[in-house]
Design a protein around this ligand. Structure first.
Ligand code: FCB
Length: 461
């Protein structure tokens, strides 16, 4: 990658660029049964033996539900102007339908008010995977009725928060919910059935489109969009079998979502591949899915290398790996962004997640995570390169603010730029957090100084 110094790198971004950190409710809040919260499918999933690497759950996590004031101060001290969080559906509507839990909603109201006091724009995800378990009992996302339950929930949250939040994301990574939750079954709710998984993906997309229409009908000012996990797919070899499989995997991860959202149809080759596992649709569904997007959220971690058998031994790539065993491949982010810009008429893009897990240790109040600093710098450079090539990228958010419950990996994988001691709940800024803080403080050095606009980083509190 081009090795820009930090000031040069910073000046590649517009002054109104959104710089942030991201979290999700289930991964940080804890307070799993407090103040009337209902259980989510992840609470239930964690109860099954053997599904979470360290046998843990999200009942306490980072205890953010009780430590939110200190955590927001920490976010403000980083100097970000955006914070991506999610609302836990079972906290605000314990059964996923019917009664609303005001105490749970008050938590988000307070959080958002405090963020605004600190000049930080809240970017709110409505579904970061923690579906109320009561809805799973009646079929979950495989049941078309859940689409309507989600639309009611989304509209209700939006009506309460849209005067204060910058944006709403309907779903985080529908591919993960569909594929990992219902096909490989390694994530909640742990179902292993391809036909169910594709039905789920259709219902997620439909609920996204219907929720956008419902929220817009209420004159919402916030920007509305969806977050997809995307990656360039590379064949492991030029063999026809590897190439064929790569095309299908690209279709299932990327085109399966972007085609209906932005072009109004599912990709033909994937429908053929799925055969009888293709989803059942009602007429009008595709029109309902293809709603104008104010933004597209992209979560990027690595590329995928595909063999005909579907698995690639990452050692073969010879690239450095993160603690998740994911290849560090920053140029893939530029490749991905320029590709989706070329193939789709994409709205402004936010990198809603990017980051890496490493084995970090806090020693005497310090955490030296040089690998993460390099990872972040190289990926921010990759974003700058995409912007140079005309891709409309409007923001970048580090995953994650702090170490947290990393789903099936439990607390063993640390993605935070802030270290969390899960016994004491002590937070320690890692070197990467200090690096990000310094980077954010740098002004955008406009080439035309005479007309340089005011730097719009948040004010010191
Ligand atoms: C993404 C998830 C996020 C986090 C990162 C590492 O798939 O959206 O919650 O777990 O991966």
């Amino acid at each position: 990658m081009t090795d820009l110094n930090l000031s040069e790198l910073k000046k590649k971004f517009p002054t109104n660029f959104a710089w942030g950190v991201a979290t999700s409710a289930f991964q940080i809040e804890g307070a799993g049964k407090s103040d009337g919260k209902g259980l989510s499918i992840w609470d239930k999933f964690c109860e099954q033996p053997g599904v979470i690497a360290d046998g843990s759950d999200g009942m306490n996590a980072c205890d953010h539900y009780n430590r939110w004031e200190q955590d927001i101060q920490m976010i403000a001290d980083l100097g970000v102007n955006t914070y991506r969080l999610s609302v836990s559906w079972p906290r605000v509507q314990p059964d996923g339908q019917g009664a609303w839990n005001d105490k749970g909603m008050d938590f988000y109201e307070r959080l958002i008010d405090r963020l605004l006091e600190k000049n930080i724009s809240p970017s709110v995800t409505l579904n970061h995977w923690d579906l109320p378990d009561s809805l799973q009992q009646i079929g979950g996302w495989a049941n078309r009725d859940t689409v309507h339950r989600f639309v009611d929930y989304a509209r209700n949250v939006a009506s309460k928060l849209s005067d204060r939040v910058y944006s709403f994301t309907t779903h985080n990574e529908p591919w993960v919910i569909s594929h990992l939750g219902h096909e490989s079954g390694i994530f909640a709710p742990g179902i292993k059935h391809r036909g169910i998984a594709t039905q789920v993906s259709h219902h997620l997309l439909l609920s996204h489109g219907l929720a956008l229409q419902a929220i817009r009908a209420d004159q919402c000012n916030a920007k509305l969009g969806i977050v997809l996990n995307l990656a360039p797919m590379h064949p492991a070899s030029p063999s026809p079998a590897d190439l064929k499989k790569t095309k299908i995997e690209d279709g299932r991860l990327l085109r399966w979502y972007l085609d209906p959202l932005l072009k109004g149809h599912y990709p033909e080759d994937v429908l053929d591949f799925l055969g009888t596992d293709a989803p059942q649709m009602h007429s009008g569904d595709l029109l309902n899915i293809q709603q104008p997007l104010d933004f597209l959220g992209v979560n990027y971690y690595s590329r995928s290398v595909v063999t005909a058998e579907g698995t690639w031994d990452v050692a073969k790539g010879g690239l450095p790996l993160t603690d998740m065993n994911w290849e560090i491949y920053p140029q893939g982010l530029t490749e991905l962004l320029t590709r989706i810009h070329k193939d789709y008429k994409v709205p402004p893009i936010y990198i809603t997640e990017n980051g890496a897990a490493f084995k970090d240790e806090a020693v005497k109040g310090l955490v030296h995570d040089k690998q993460r600093v390099d990872y972040l710098k190289d990926h921010i450079t990759a974003v700058a390169s995409a912007i140079d090539q005309g891709v409309p990228v409007a923001g970048y958010m580090v995953w994650s603010l702090m170490d947290n419950f990393e789903w099936a990996s439990g607390y063993e994988k640390r993605f935070g730029i802030v270290h969390v001691n899960f016994e004491t709940q002590a937070r320690t800024l890692k070197d990467s957090a200090k690096w990000y803080q310094q980077f954010l403080k740098l002004p955008k050095l406009d080439t035309d100084h005479a007309t340089a606009p005011k730097i719009d980083l948040p004010q010191e509190s």
